[in-house]
Design a protein around this ligand. Structure first.
Ligand code: ATP
Length: 215
């Protein structure tokens, strides 16, 4: 589903990704590890086209990402971040519904899916609350529901447990693994936590010297 070949990315002449290759199959779950500054976020941003100006090829579902209209790509790829990135003045429901609005889905469809997903991630009854009224773990659950609203084929998670206490981090990974199995999507999860990988083992990609080692 994802095939990256010879991907090179520099910032102002400084090379961060250097001939990177990677294949991720449809429905595969993989972790992405690497020291701070090794280029993990850069790779994720290139995948959902938050960054441009690279050389090499990035294919998703058989098409080069540059050939996929951006709104279409954003429908295929859900993203969650360490910092949750929720809109503070919008309710939980509105935060989740926003993805559907951007995609032009009907109000009825959006609400039905948003309620279903919020229930699924354990937030039933909290739909009208504001993000600051929720715990960090709950806020990340909202972000997961928001990312899943478009039924993406790929979920990118950039240190999704980085701001959570160890126990909540375990719960979050358990939820992501369950959703991965239920929703039939690929997931690429950046984490620094060996503990989480040991607890929920899966293919682990190591970013080093601008490449994925062994790929
Ligand atoms: N917009 C930018 N302009 C210039 N340099 C950048 C930019 N974004 C990232 N970099 C640099 O590129 C390198 C890789 O950054 P990136 O955020 O991809 O690393 P990372 O592996 O995700 O790190 P961390 O684990 O700390 O989040 C870093 O040295 C960073 O300073």
């Amino acid at each position: 589903m994802i095939r990256i070949s010879n991907l090179t990315k520099s910032y102002g002449g400084r090379i961060v990704l250097n001939g990177l290759n990677l294949e991720l199959q449809t429905g595969e779950f993989a972790y992405l590890q690497g020291r701070s500054g090794s280029g993990k976020s850069t790779l994720l941003k290139l995948l959902y086209r938050d960054l441009a100006d690279y050389t090499g090829e990035i294919e998703i579902g058989g098409s080069l990402i540059g050939d996929i209209p951006k709104y279409h790509l954003r429908r295929k790829i859900g993203v969650i971040f360490q910092s949750f990135e929720l809109l503070e003045r919008k309710t939980v429901l509105e935060n989740v519904a926003l993805t559907g609005e951007v995609l032009g889905q009907s109000r009825e469809h959006i609400e039905k899916q948003a309620f279903r997903l919020l229930d699924r991630v354990g937030l039933k009854g909290k739909e009208e609350m504001l993000p600051h009224q929720l715990s960090g773990g709950e806020q990340q659950r909202v972000a997961i529901a928001r990312a899943l609203l478009s039924r993406p084929a790929l979920l990118l998670a950039d240190e999704p447990t980085g701001n959570l206490d160890p126990e909540t981090a375990v719960q979050m990974l358990a939820l992501l693994r369950e959703l991965h199995a239920e929703e039939n999507m690929s997931m690429l999860v950046v984490t620094h936590s060996e503990r989480l990988i040991e607890r929920f083992p899966a293919r682990t990609l190591l970013m080093e010297d601008g490449r994925i080692q062994g790929a």
